[in-house]
Design a protein around this ligand. Structure first.
Ligand SMILES: [Zn+2]
Length: 291
């Protein structure tokens, strides 16, 4: 971190900046309604822009920004600043300036990205499946039976392991410094460019009422969540049956202990209609048994 080399590259400008004439109020209104019409008729939800749950404004994506700039005839110019952070780490900041085809400056945006961002800096060291040897073990969600699953969507074999299975739990899991940080440089450059380009587009097209750009990167971080969400509750039904059987067995034992038959218990306390009611009934009977 002590040595910081900064190198600035300016890519060729589309044309000279000749200054921009101020837009009249009518021009602005026309531009906004043009854009709204354009979004409705040309832009595709999920491809050009997307709605991320928990946000109130759609996020403008790069393909959508390209479409907007093509419609307005805006041409980008990039000014790239590359800062060496030591140990092969670097931060890239990019200013995207948008010009009309005649070279009139319209507006600009800033975007940066660094190899120190957690998704580049760290590598997850995953647990390895003892059956197939793939690095695809995930923790099963408790409602689907818990334990460990060799997740098929991560290329695994689908094997299941108990929560306390030592072949899994003895393996360390956590994050390690990415040993190939230089491999991420190009991705970091592209990401900084994309952030900057989208920012410039929103600023220059007066579309900040329509779009935001801040949350797009969340999409890239959602893999870990989808893995858990997409687990099918395949053994959910089995688990329910298991539980129901266990409750029935316990009910019989409790009836024996109370010297009552099941019919008599149901007549007294009601016939349970579901697992929750069966649990409650057993709890009531257990109290009676314990006196
Ligand atoms: Zn496996």
């Amino acid at each position: 971190m002590s040595e910081k080399a900064t190198d600035i590259t300016t890519l060729p400008a589309a044309q000279e900046n000749r200054g921009r004439t101020a837009l009249s109020m009518d021009d602005v209104k026309t531009q906004v309604s043009m854009l709204q019409e354009f979004v409705k008729s040309v832009m595709v939800h999920g491809k050009d822009y997307d709605t991320i749950p928990g946000t109130n404004k759609p996020t403008l994506l790069k393909p959508g920004a390209e479409k907007i700039n093509a419609m307005f005839g805006f041409v980008p110019k990039y000014t790239i600043t590359n800062t060496d952070l030591g140990n092969n780490h670097r931060e890239i900041s990019i200013i995207t300036s948008l010009y009309t085809r005649d070279g009139v400056f319209i507006g600009e945006g800033l975007g940066s990205c660094s190899t120190m961002e957690s998704k580049f800096r760290w590598r997850k060291s995953g647990r390895v499946c003892p059956k197939c040897g793939k690095d695809s073990i995930i923790a099963g969600k408790p409602e689907y039976g818990g334990g460990w699953i060799c997740f098929t969507k991560k290329g695994g074999c689908g094997a299941k392991f108990a929560t306390d299975d030592a072949t899994i739990t003895s393996q360390s899991s956590g994050r390690l410094e990415n040993p190939d940080i230089a491999d991420t440089w190009n991705t970091v450059l592209k990401m900084a460019k994309k952030r900057s380009y989208v920012d410039a587009t929103i600023n220059s097209s007066s579309s900040s009422d329509l779009f935001t750009q801040d949350v797009e990167d969340f999409k890239e971080d959602t893999d870990t969540y989808t893995e858990t969400y997409e687990q099918k509750p395949a053994d959910n039904a089995d688990k329910k049956k298991e539980l129901a059987d266990a409750l029935k067995k316990e009910l019989h034992e409790l009836c024996d202990a109370l010297h009552m038959d099941k019919e008599g218990v149901f007549a007294e306390y009601g016939t349970p209609q579901n697992i929750e009611e069966a649990k409650k009934l057993n709890a009531t009977l257990r109290k009676l048994v314990q006196g």
